[in-house]
Ligand binder design. Sequence first.
Ligand SMILES: [Zn+2]
Length: 354
Amino acid sequence: MKKKIIIILGIILILVFILFSIQSINRYLAFKKYKDIGYNRKQIELIYQNISIEDRKILLENKHLNCLDKMLLSDSYIKSNFVHYIDYINNNSIEEEKIEDVLLLVNQGIINPYSDSLIKIVKEPYFIKNRLERYLNYLDSNSTKKISKVIQLVNCNLDIENNLRKTDVSKGPLMLVNSLYFLDKGYTTDLVIMEEGYSNYSDSKLNREAYEHFKNLVNDAEILGYHIRNNSSYRSYYQQEELYNQYLRDYGINYTKKYVSKPGYSEHQTGYSLDVGVDKRYASSKFQDTKEFLWMKDNSYKYGFILRYTQEGQEIFGYGYEPWHYRYVGVEAATYIYEHNITFEEYYGYFVEK
Ligand SMILES: [Zn+2]
């Protein structure tokens, strides 16, 4: 009996030893394979820690990767993307110092051929992934343009000529109306008549939400000694049509095109825009010379209003600089636009339309 137990134990021991030996041999062989490709002990440890068993086979099928440690130790490395990194490296003959770029591209699912422009585009703060092909196409035909400009113009849909589109009015105060985005004749919004003390003209109308904010703005400014009033707010499609034709008769096509929108393309039709002045009936064009202008420029965002047609943004919105024209977009959007000094078109392209 005792003998039997000893024999069984002996067999078990031998089996364990054989198993252990096989494992060690396998491990040694695998280790040797990595060594043969050119990886050192430290790198092999990294491979075991950071690459799944399945993916290690792919590594063994490839020639030695100079950038392997750099890749595996990077904060951007994602284990499940390993095969895609290898594919991208192989397809683009990537050098060691570009490995962070590969991680950035692959992590976003981008497989376009590697180029300096591609990586610059992807690193831009307002890069939108599903517009990548459009950025690249636009850059192709406008190679002297800065990458940030390309991003800006494409985000505002200015890479497509005469691409008119109906405004998405469901966006409410964030709807975009400009020389590309238009409103229907029949568009309506919740309009209220502005009270005396807020407007230089009776029967001026504004969207209810925008008006509540405008009243707060006027009241707060008044306490500080600034007398801000509305000069022109909501205009219907037909009123805009009349105004446009009148300007055309009085000033000619060039001036009219720069300062007056065609009917349907005026922000005043949204009910969220107004031209401001002071408490006397000066023309809005003189507003820039007032202390109220300086106050509005730096404080209106707190009430949800932005200086819509800035000096710098003329290429984007296609109109001239209008220091008097303000647009209600809500406090959150207005604050962002003010702090980042971008146009509403750029904000819309990146945050609303995207
Ligand atoms: Zn205006």
